[in-house]
Design a protein around this ligand. Sequence first.
Ligand SMILES: Cc1cc2nc3c(=O)[nH]c(=O)nc-3n(C[C@H](O)[C@H](O)[C@H](O)COP(=O)(O)OP(=O)(O)OC[C@H]3O[C@@H](n4cnc5c(N)ncnc54)[C@H](O)[C@@H]3O)c2cc1C
Length: 401
Amino acid sequence: MSYIKVNQDKVNDKIAKELIDICPFNAFEYTDAYLSINASCKICKLCVKKGPDGVCEFIESKKELIDKSRYKGIAVFVEIHNQHAHPVSWELIGKAKELKAKTNEKVFAIVIGDQVNHIAEEALTYGVDEVFLYDDPMFKDFNVEIYTNVIETFYKAYQNNVILYGSTPLGRSFAPRIAARLKTGLTADCTMLDITHDGELLQIRPAFGGNIMAKINTPNHRPQMATIRYKMFNAPKIGNPFGKINYEKTDGIINKTGIKLLETLHKPVISDLSDAEIIIAVGRAFKKQKDLELIEPLRKRLNAEIGCTRPLIENGWFDPRKQIGLSGRTVKPKLIINLGISGAVQFIEGMKESDLIITVNSDIHNKLFDISHYSIVGDIYEVLPELNILIDQILEENYEL
Ligand SMILES: Cc1cc2nc3c(=O)[nH]c(=O)nc-3n(C[C@H](O)[C@H](O)[C@H](O)COP(=O)(O)OP(=O)(O)OC[C@H]3O[C@@H](n4cnc5c(N)ncnc54)[C@H](O)[C@@H]3O)c2cc1C
C-alpha cells in the first residue's frame, strides 16, 4: 500500500504547524515533538508538494502485476427461468461477439441447470464458440451459494478474461457474490461495453445521476466482470451452430448450502414495458391525469403500451414499472412516440435504442428531436387528434409493424 512517510529528523514546531495548516483532511497530529499521520489521510500529497522540502515523502508500494496473457475468452452466464433462457443472455452473447472481433478471443456460454441441454444447444445457434454445461439435479433451482461454486470451478479451470451477467434481479444478486469469491471487480448496470485490442474491458455506465458516463476498468484483476441491462444490445441472428458443448463434471462441486428453498410462488404474468413493441411515452406536458384519456384512441389503434417519465410516477399517475429511463425500464421497441417529454439524459438513456422514434414537443430545441426520426413541433393538445392521420402516413412510408 502506498503511504506518506514523515522524516522526523526534519520536523520542528514551526514545520509541524505548517504541515497541519496545509492538510485539508486534518490528518497530522503533533504530540511530544512527534508528527504522525492519522487515518484521515487521503494521500492527496499536498504535504509533499506544498510542504517544506523533504519532510514528507510519498512512498509508492510496488504492485504485483498479473500476467494478463494467461486469461482468455469472453464468457456469458446464461440465466435460466423455468427451463427458458432469459433473452438478456442472448443479447450479451451478441455483444461478446462484437468484442471478440477486437481481441480474437473465443465466446463462451455458461449454462447451469437440471436437464438444460436444450439451452446449451440454443446458445450454439447464437454463434458461441463453446458452451460449458453444468447439468445436474442439484442445479434445478437457482441457489446463489451453489451456483457461485460452479462459476468458481469454471473460472479456476478455464481462466477467463471476461464474464458477463444480465442486470436482472438474479444477476444483480449473483455477480457480486462471485466477484467477492474470485476477489475481482464488478461494474453493475453497464449500458455500454468496449474492449481494447489487448483485452481490457471498458465497463461504461451512467454515474452521478446520469450526468456523466463513467468508464471503469479492472487493470490488475481477473476475470473482468460486469452486469448489463436488458435491452441494451441486440441478440445475434440465429444461424447454423459451429461451436461445441463441453459436458462438465459436477461431482466435485460443493453443494453445501445454508439456503433452503421452501416454496416457489409464481408471480402473475404482467406485461413488461421492456418487451413492448410499440410504446407511447408521456411526460409532464400532460397537465391533468384525465388528459391522458386523449391518447386512448391512438393507443388502441396501435395496440401500444404506455410508458412515462419519472415525474408522472411521482404524481402517482402510473405504476413505477411504467417509468422509462435510468432509474426505470430500458426499452427498445419498434416504435416509440414521445409526447411532451423534455428528453433529460436519464430518460433518453432508457429509450435511445428504439427502432423508430417520433417526438411531439412544443419546444423547437427539445433534446429528443436530436435522436428522433420524426419531430413534430407543436402543442400535444392540438397535435394528438391529428396524430392518427400522421402516424398512418409515417408508417405507410417507412415501417412495417
Ligand atoms: C438520479 C436521477 C434519476 C432519474 N431517472 C429518471 C428516469 O429513469 N426516467 C425519467 O423520465 N426521468 C428520470 N429522472 C428525472 C429527469 O431528470 C427529468 O426530470 C424528467 O425526465 C423530466 O420529465 P418530463 O420530460 O416529463 O418533464 P419536463 O422536464 O417538465 O418536460 C416537459 C416537456 O414537455 C414540453 N411541453 C410542455 N407543454 C407542452 C405541450 N402542451 N405540448 C407539447 N410539449 C409540451 C416541454 O417543452 C418539455 O420539453 C431522474 C433524475 C435523477 C436525478
